[in-house]
Write a protein that binds this ligand. Structure first.
Ligand code: GLN
Length: 403
């Protein structure tokens, strides 16, 4: 039967593709972002207790009041943000649902959405399903700084939304208050909304502070912000996040959310709420915790020929392998999986016009032994390449080269 796809060119996400390849060949999967260490047992106990108490039926669609209250308290303590737990916070199925519902709520057919490349891969399909079009502004490595002149030129009467990701995955940079000020200035006389993906809010290093759009006096009124317990409590598989916005935007958000996921797993919400209530600063050590992992991985790669681009935020690190090979990143990543036994994420698939990059993203939300094993395998692989650079095949055939 003839059938017209709505997303004909969209393929399986690079994260799934790389994870599958890693599993096929038994490589160490340190590409896709998920912790491999256990969660706090008290968190698991709270969820188990909620189930045992019979809290197993639909939650309120906006989120359990206990959790929305806990989120409001957390935002206040962590970032000095005032958010209304009744009309300004909705619990979502992870950050991805929050992004999707926000985009569906505000993007009309024909609207334009400004997105910075490298762009997390969930953004563009959501915009297209809403009938919109992404205007993608490339950020150049290694600094990935925003070209504000380019942003100004990209604004048009059709621009509905600007999508920000801070800390930025996969560029691993952090936008400070100065960047938000500049964006606020550019948007001042427009009706452009801001959707800010802040799921790595607590993974900011070297004394940086997270600059949320919600803490910005001007941006706040036009912004949705997205947060994730998957990242904060090391439970990516639970799929619990939230969206925070002012009452008018949140009312529109909820119109979509209620028919998208309706409500989020009750015992997970209650368990998280009680856990936060018990330890109101459970996330406060995260920057140090992940910072030590970042530094351990960096030290493990010293002298390997892989250049580490110092991560400012997120739990990822970019590695520049240009001293070792001329292969494009997708092909290099495939060779590294097959011959080096390590699966990392190439950066170029996150750009619309794929530049020829020699950067791979590695996840350091891992146990120390995992980080050490990854570093050892990467050093050995790099040493092998340095010893016989001519052995690098000119573009091995990769089944997922277009993913
Ligand atoms: N957020 C994860 C990452 O950046 C990927 C999640 C997914 O696979 N969709 O690695």
């Amino acid at each position: 039967m003839p059938f017209r796809s709505k997303l004909p060119d969209v393929e399986t996400t690079i994260f799934t593709v790389i994870s599958r390849r890693a599993a096929e060949v038994g490589a160490l999967n340190i590409g896709q972002g998920f912790p491999d260490f256990p969660i706090d047992p008290r968190l698991a106990q709270h969820v188990a207790a909620a189930m045992a108490e019979g809290r197993n039926q639909y939650a309120h669609g906006d989120g359990l009041p206990e959790l929305r209250q806990a989120i409001a308290g957390k935002l206040a303590r962590a970032h000095g943000i005032v958010a209304d737990p009744v009309g300004g916070i909705t619990v979502t199925c992870g950050g991805t649902e929050a992004l999707f519902s926000a985009i569906q709520a505000v993007v009309h057919p024909g609207d334009e959405v400004i997105v910075f490349d490298p762009a997390y891969d969930a953004y563009e399909p959501a915009v297209r399903l809403a009938g919109g079009r992404c205007v993608r502004i490339p950020l150049q490595p290694p600094t990935f700084t925003i070209d504000f002149e380019r942003v100004r030129e990209s604004l048009s009467p059709r621009t509905r939304l600007l999508l920000l990701n801070n800390p930025h995955n996969p560029a691993c940079v952090v936008h400070g208050r100065d960047v938000l000020d500049e964006l606020a200035r550019l948007l001042r006389d427009t009706e452009v909304l801001v959707l800010s993906d802040e799921v790595y809010e607590h993974c900011v290093f070297d004394g940086r502070a997270h600059a949320s759009v919600l803490a910005h006096p001007e941006l706040r009124e036009r912004a949705f912000a997205v947060f994730s317990f998957g990242k904060t409590l090391h439970v990516t598989g639970w799929r619990v996040g939230c969206c925070v916005a002012g009452p008018a935007l949140m009312a529109e958000f909820r119109k979509v959310h209620q028919f998208n996921t309706f409500s989020i797993a009750t015992p997970l919400q209650l368990g998280i709420a009680r856990y936060i209530e018990e330890d109101p600063s459970s996330w406060s050590g995260l920057a140090d915790f992940f910072g030590r992992k970042r530094d351990r991985l960096t030290a493990g790669l010293a002298g390997s020929g892989l250049r580490v681009l110092q991560t400012q935020g997120t739990y990822f690190q970019l590695l520049d392998y240009s001293a070792l090979s001329d292969l494009p990143d997708v092909e290099f990543a495939d060779r590294l999986i097959r011959e080096g036994g390590v699966a990392l994420i190439p950066l170029s698939p996150f750009y619309r016009s794929r530049p020829r990059l020699q950067l791979l993203r590695i996840c350091f939300a891992k146990r120390e032994d995992t980080l050490d094993l990854a570093a050892r395998r990467l050093r050995e692989f790099a040493a092998g390449l340095a010893a016989s650079p001519s052995a690098a095949p000119a573009g091995a055939q990769t089944p997922w080269a277009t993913a």
